[in-house]
Design a protein around this ligand. Structure first.
Ligand code: FES
Ligand code: FE2
Length: 380
């Protein structure tokens, strides 16, 4: 799991006024709430007084109030504004503050930036060009899988599984002339991907009747950062589905996927439900394979698997993960789990770059290899 990316915490309408929401992300706990103006905030869930769960407290104006002794913390900067036991004129200790994370609401979701990078250096959220565009109909679905989210990302990027895992798009190897053509890799700053042409059967579901017959279609996918992905399904020149999945690693072996899907055909509302049914059925076909993959995590060395040329995009994706690990952005989950009962950790928030004196240690990270960053860490 990686810090310094945007993660979807919940759907925007799950976060209601006056009610904090408890969300687990990257193996740690967070409290989300809306302030007096309805602006969404995300803070580290552990109260720095004596460790109670802030998400189980109350919203008080622009603050969240701890359920244990009533300390109040601002959503926007995590500063403590009230310690009731000290009385009204209390001097608040400088260390009485919690990490507060940048939040943006987009695509009907609440995204939190879990990391300490300043604004100008942050990887951007994945862009959805179809958002708000006429001629595209949106549907959304949320899934939760008991699997490592990186293994699921690899499944999304994999052009060779479609033939075998999805009967609506392939023939389970039943065609003599089946193979995966040489892949052209699409390289972007925060991701890689590919599009391929292949022969697929007529679409059996009632929602897809008349969209295409048996024949050639084009499909492909790519990642954006470690946890987001796009999938394009071009059934014909005119009928396309563009899907975007924003994954939230709850822990190493469990994730939620917030799936935002657009189509430019059969735009009537009545088609939404059967379309979602189809998306769920296809997702279910992936889930039963991915949840059983061993090891649950991507192996540390690619010599522990036998990769072929159809795995090219997956190989490139793994190289990107390594690059982000080398920047010092990867959580050391083994260390975190080993210390879990002894220590509460926080994902470092941007304020840690400028302020000292935090009660909680930052989450253990695999040390940076990147020379520049390594030097800076050494200097600190
Ligand atoms: S533990 Fe939160 S106020 Fe005491
Ligand atoms: Fe799939």
């Amino acid at each position: 799991m990686f810090i310094n990316f945007w993660y979807p915490a919940c759907e925007a309408d799950e976060l209601v006024a006056d009610k904090p929401l408890h969300v687990k992300m990257l193996g740690l706990e967070f409290a989300l709430f809306r302030d007096s103006k309805g602006v969404a905030h995300c803070v580290s869930n552990v109260c720095v007084h004596r460790g109670a769960s802030l998400a189980h407290g109350k919203v008080k104006g622009d603050c969240i109030e701890c359920p244990y002794h009533g300390w109040q913390f601002r959503g926007d900067d995590g500063s403590c504004t009230k310690i009731p036991s000290l009385g009204n004129d209390a001097k608040i200790p400088a260390r009485a503050k919690i990490d507060s994370y940048p939040v943006q609401e987009k695509y009907g979701l609440v995204f939190c930036f879990l990391g300490d990078l300043p604004e100008t250096e942050r990887p951007p959220l994945m862009d959805i060009p179809e958002w708000g565009k006429e001629g595209w109909k949106i549907t959304r679905v949320v899934n939760q899988w008991q699997a490592n989210y990186l293994r699921s990302q690899e499944n999304t990027l994999d052009p060779a599984h479609t033939e075998f895992v999805h009967p609506s798009m392939g023939y389970q190897g039943g065609r003599e002339d089946y193979n995966v053509p040489d892949l052209e890799v699409i390289e972007r700053e925060w991701g890689v991907g590919t599009m391929t042409k292949f022969v697929s059967p007529d679409l059996p579901s009632s929602a897809m009747k008349g969209v295409k017959g048996e024949g050639q279609m084009e499909a492909g996918a790519g990642n954006h950062g470690p946890a987001h992905a796009w999938t394009y399904l071009h059934f014909s020149k005119f009928a396309m589905a563009h899907q975007y999945s924003f994954k939230l690693p709850i822990s190493q072996n469990e994730f939620k996927s917030f799936f935002v899907q657009f189509r430019n055909f059969k735009l009537e509302d009545a088609v939404d439900a059967p379309m979602l049914e189809r998306t769920k059925a296809v997702g279910e076909q992936d889930r039963v394979v991915v949840e059983r993959i061993e090891p649950r995590l991507i192996p540390e060395s690619s010599t522990e698997e036998v990769l072929v040329k159809a795995d090219l995009v997956i190989t490139r994706y793994r190289e990107m993960l390594q690059m982000w690990e080398d920047k010092g952005w990867r959580i050391d989950v083994e260390k975190l789990n080993a210390l879990k009962d002894k220590k509460a950790f926080a994902i470092p928030s941007p304020a840690r770059r400028t302020q000292k004196g935090w009660a909680l240690d930052p989450v253990p990270l695999i040390p940076a290899k990147d020379a520049h960053l390594a030097n800076r860490q050494a200097a600190e």
